[in-house]
Every structure is written in structure tokens, then in C-alpha cells.
Design a protein around this ligand. Sequence first.
Ligand code: BES
Ligand code: MG
Ligand code: ZN
Length: 464
Amino acid sequence: MKVKFVERLSNLQCVCCITDKKEVFEKLKIKAETGKTVLVMDGPLPKVLSFCEDSSPENLRKAAASALWKLEETQLEEVKIEVDLKLTSDGAQALAEGLGLGGYAFDKYKNEKKELYVEVAINKDLKPYFNEGVEIAEITNYVRDLVNIPATDAPPEAIAEEALSLREMGAEVKVVMGERLKDLGLVGTWHVGKGSKNPPAFVTIKYKSENPLAKLALVGKGVTFDSGGLSLKPPASMEDMKCDKAGACSILGVAKYLLKKRPNLDVNLYMPLAENLPDGGSYKPGDVIVFRNGVSVEIHSTDAEGRLLLADALIEASTQKKDYLIDVATLTGACMVALGRYTSGLFCTSQTLCDMFLKVSRFTGEKLWPLPLDEDLEKELKTDFADTRNNAKGRYGGAITAALFLKKFVDNKNVKAWAHLDIAGPAFLEGSWKYYKSGATGQPVRTLIKFLELVEAQENRNQQ
Ligand code: BES
Ligand code: MG
Ligand code: ZN
């Protein structure tokens, strides 16, 4: 099912009401909890009721998606959505997000494509907020499409092409590919990618505004497929590894948002892209890679590849002054062991930055939880043959040791605050959850967008 929002339906077939009134549900002996739905046939048209216990953004998203999923069980194609609860501006945005995200399907490869036409009846004053939600959902679904595309159809070059298409919207986009990476010292990306027939690439997108209130850099891991390389993953662990480009894809979503909304910020976006495969030409355990900032890395596992791509981008991003440097990556299985499938790990060099992310994540529902950059684990990265190993010796605290590795490539002379988001769990789901069906969630694009809005708002206030 794919949702299309329309101003007026041509043939209204069904009404769908999101309500916080318990009575109807209780009368039908259905426990009134958010996400519960019921199809009633007591009027001229079939009606879906979706319970929403309060008008918090997250509950509205869930109730909206559940309503659509209930409709999906029918053949109905034109539906009007009504709300029988008090909507705030945030609520109106969340309602649209719930409908947009809940009504997403990755049907590119399916013969049967179903569309649902939706008309939404809400107060005129709330329309702008609702429309904002529609746009956010569109961007998120764009990210989901990119992440869901199978690896063979989305090699580094294809993702780079996608970035180049942003030139139409006025972005400055630069792509470096193949052997040229080596010449420019983008050695991490080069080494990880050199075992694949699909050449690696490094994309830089620059978004500039007239009066920038802050300078930011965003980095996203773009491993278009992670087989583990010569340190090959077992089949079950490899199955969903087309999702290893989720960080980079979410960065592309942010770029789209910036070009559309034009906030008063300067943002550089970096996407190192590579396919990690075993081959005669692959990089190997025991190899030593010397990065552009002088740090030498001994490879122990070719499956700890993401941090090598990120290292290139972090070095590049911190060559100039930045107020904030943020990277997002499906980086470690260990982060999922620590926090579960539904929460991303958040590492920050500044408590203020950490608090900013926690604040925006409470609105977006893209869950984050702080993890420490514990210096005591540094010794796990020691080796006799280079400045550092690429993976830790022991297996405890794997998300933290990965973050400590990344920190070596952030130049704190130029970067005021750095955050690393390990999105290995929430980027891609095995089954449905909340308003997501299985597959890519687009996380953390909504959080990044909200974060940029917060930065702009804060800086605006500071300057007044
Ligand atoms: N892409 C994986 C991490 C991952 C795991 C993402 C599960 C999404 C779901 C990453 O490149 C990886 O393989 N990490 C290793 C690191 C280890 C070798 C230090 C891991 O987590 O096992
Ligand atoms: Mg790996
Ligand atoms: Zn990976």
C-alpha cells in the first residue's frame, strides 16, 4: 500500500476516525489502547476507528498507521481521515508523519502495487503543520527506498549518482571514485572498497546559506553491502547487509530537506561509499593503513570496515571549523546487544549536544540512548605494529570501542562538539514495529532534521 494525499476524494468509500474516546471500544469488548482499531458498519459507509490514548506525537503516529493497516485488509481505496481528539501543531505534524510512514511500502519489485487515496479533515490553522509532516514523511520514505534497494542495484556509484541529482536543487556536489580515492588520501574507503568490482566513492555535498548561524558537518556510513570481506560473516548475519548504507542514505535525506527548506546554516555532508566483499584484491587482516591525519591502523577484522570509511570522512569534515560534527552509521552489532533493536547508541563529546539530541528524539520517536566514550577501554585498541587496531581485542563494549576508534579522527582543534549515532538496530527491522513495516525505517533522518531546526532556532535566539 502506498498513500497519496488528496484535497478531495472523487469517490469516498470509507471514513477513518482517530479518537481518544474509550466508550466505543469498551462496548465492543476491545481493550482501548493506542494502535487498537475496529471496523464498524453502522452507517452508510464502513468506518474504521483507531484508538489513541492521548494526543502525544508518538501515539498519533501509531494510531494513524494502525488505521491505515486496518484499511489495508479491505479493498477500499478512498478514505477520509477524521480526528476526534484535541490536536496541537506538533500533533498535526505527527498525524501526517504517521499516515505517511505507515502508508509506506517498498513495492518497486512487486507486480501488485496498491494505492490508497487519503483526504484529511483537520482545522485549517493546523494545515501548515500537517503539510510539514507530509514532507518529513516523504523525505523519510525516500531514505527508506534507498536503503531497501538491493545491493546489486545500488552500488556506490548509484548512490553517488543519486547525490549528483541534487545539483538540480542547487547543491554543490563532488564525487571522487575508484583509484582517485587513493590519490586524495581517502585510504579507508579505498581499502574497504577495493575487493569489489563496483568501485568505491566519496561524496561531498555542500549546502550554504547567506547568513549561516552555525557550521555543521554530517557524515553517513555508506557500505552498500557488508559481507564482512575476508573476515566473512556467517550467512544469517549477512542477510540484511544491504542496510549498511543507511547512514549515508539518511544524509541524502537531510540534504534534500536543506535544499527545500533553506535554513540559515552551513552544512557539509559526507558520504563514503564502498562495497565490502572478499576477493583476490580485498584488503586483508594484518594490513596497515595510514590515514591522512597520520594515524596508522592495523586491520584485524575486515568486518570492522565502517569505521575505516568514517575515518576518512571525519578527517575531511574536521579540516575546517565546525560547531557540530555528527556521524551516523550502522556500525556495530554490539550496540544492538547493549540497547536492543529499537534504540540507537548516542556518543557525544559535549553534554549540551547530547541533551539536544535527546530532546529532539523525544519528539521524533527515533529512540536514542547515551553511551560513554570510556577512555578505560582505549587499551582494547592497542597493537604493537601500528597506532591502533581497527577492532578491539576483547568483545565487551564493542559499540564503545568503535566510537573510541572514530574519536581519533575528529580534530578537536576545529570541531567544537562531535556526536556519533550507532543506528545498527533501528535502521532496518525484521518485522513491523510502531508505524514501520519490516525493512528500512529511514532512521535517524527525522531526528537529524529536527536537530538542525533546533540548532537554527537556538542560534537565532542567541543572536537576538
Ligand atoms: N555493518 C556491521 C554492523 C551491523 C550489524 C549493522 C548488524 C547492522 C546490523 C559492521 O560493519 C560490523 O560488521 N561490525 C562488526 C564489528 C566487529 C568485527 C568488531 C560487528 O558488529 O560484529
Ligand atoms: Mg562489517
Ligand atoms: Zn558494516
